[in-house]
Design a protein around this ligand. Structure first.
Ligand code: FAD
Length: 313
């Protein structure tokens, strides 16, 4: 009888048995509470974008987020549009809005007036930021303006009894002198009266979990809510990430490789990446998530579903 030639190990079942074993991530059970969500929108520039924003708001509204936030353009460029969007959310939806507000390009009195107008319109939550110079130039505080976000938080506390959220940077703010001084800055913002921080987005769950360890070691105990940005336009996300100091891991580059002209595959890849990211965080006990929706609801809706969030609950 002819003997079969010896198979190299790479052609046998053996090759599946020698590597490490990974258990599946624990699934959420019916006993576990669904996480608390918040959603971020940007104020639209055109009628078409306006329609897109409102269809996004309506699609996500039934998920009963704790709040929805509306960004403020670089250099304060969207002040009127941010205000109009936030006011419309108050008027026409069941959602609780949070208005982003920055220190850029205005004296303190003017920033205080914007905050007062929000208070008068029924807005009780501000996301207080320093902001960036227009076109990502070097930031210079306005003469007579608030210099840093911590100064803005203190100023807002003098205007009214706002709930105040600030920004945190798991990978350190790009212009911070040192990671520790950036953490000191976060503590200063919380000491000035903020009640939580939302992070810059990140893609490796580990980055966030290590940051939580550093926060706790530095005595920060306020909730640090991870920002999740489901990426559907990878090229644009790479550009944006380079500017804001969020690293794009090699594994993510290789997952998106070859999808530039293939939106369908890109969407599935994006969904898998974001779903895995939130499931790892959830398995590590994280139960609050802030989604940067980019005014597109579908990925956020699906990933919220994966997290156990259902309409009306
Ligand atoms: C969740 C989130 C939402 C955002 N939303 C917007 C938005 O709507 N509009 C917008 O324009 N931008 C937004 N940004 C971007 C943000 O404005 C920029 O990252 C900006 O460069 C820093 O803002 P900050 O509030 O973190 O600033 P700060 O907390 O003031 O920190 C800015 C830098 O200064 C350093 N610093 C602080 N205090 C001192 C001090 N006393 N001495 C020396 N250094 C100091 C810090 O370490 C840091 O490097 C957002 C960012 C995040 C994470």
């Amino acid at each position: 009888m002819d003997m079969l030639p010896a198979q190299p190990p790479s052609a046998t079942l053996e090759r599946w048995l020698t590597g490490p074993r990974f258990a599946r991530l624990p699934a959420r059970t019916a006993r576990d509470a669904a996480p608390a969500l918040s959603f971020e929108f940007f104020p639209p520039k055109t009628e078409a974008l306006e329609a897109q924003l409102w269809s996004c708001v309506r699609r996500l509204e039934p998920l009963c987020p704790r709040f929805v936030s509306v960004t403020y353009g670089a250099g304060g460029s969207t002040q009127a549009r941010t205000h109009a969007t936030v006011e419309r959310i108050v008027r026409e939806t069941s959602l609780t809005p949070a208005a982003h507000l920055t220190c850029v390009g205005a004296p303190r009195g003017e920033v205080d007036d914007v905050a007062r107008a929000y208070w008068d319109a029924g807005v009780r939550h501000i996301v207080a930021l320093r902001g960036d110079a227009p076109n990502m130039g070097t930031y210079e505080p306005h003469p007579g303006g608030y210099e840093y976000a911590s100064d803005l938080v203190a100023g807002l506390r003098r205007v009214a009894d706002f709930e105040i959220t600030v920004a945190a940077y798991p990978e350190t703010h790009p212009t911070a002198l040192h990671p520790d001084s950036d953490l000191d800055n976060l503590r200063r913002k919380l000491d000035a009266g903020a009640v939580r921080a939302i992070t810059q987005y990140f893609f490796d769950a580990d980055v966030f979990l290590r940051f939580l360890d550093r926060c706790l070691a530095a005595g920060v105990t306020a909730p640090i809510v991870p920002a999740i940005m489901p990426v559907s336009n990878f090229a644009q996300a790479q550009k944006f990430s380079a500017a804001c100091g969020a690293s794009v891991p090699d594994w993510m580059i290789s997952l998106f490789e070859g999808t530039d002209d293939d939106p369908e595959t890109r969407r599935v890849v994006a969904a898998v990446i974001a779903a895995e990211q939130v499931r790892v965080l959830q398995a590590n006990g994280v139960d609050e998530f802030h989604f940067i929706t980019l005014n597109r609801p579908d990925l956020t809706y699906s990933i919220a579903h994966v997290l156990g969030v259902r309409p009306g609950k």
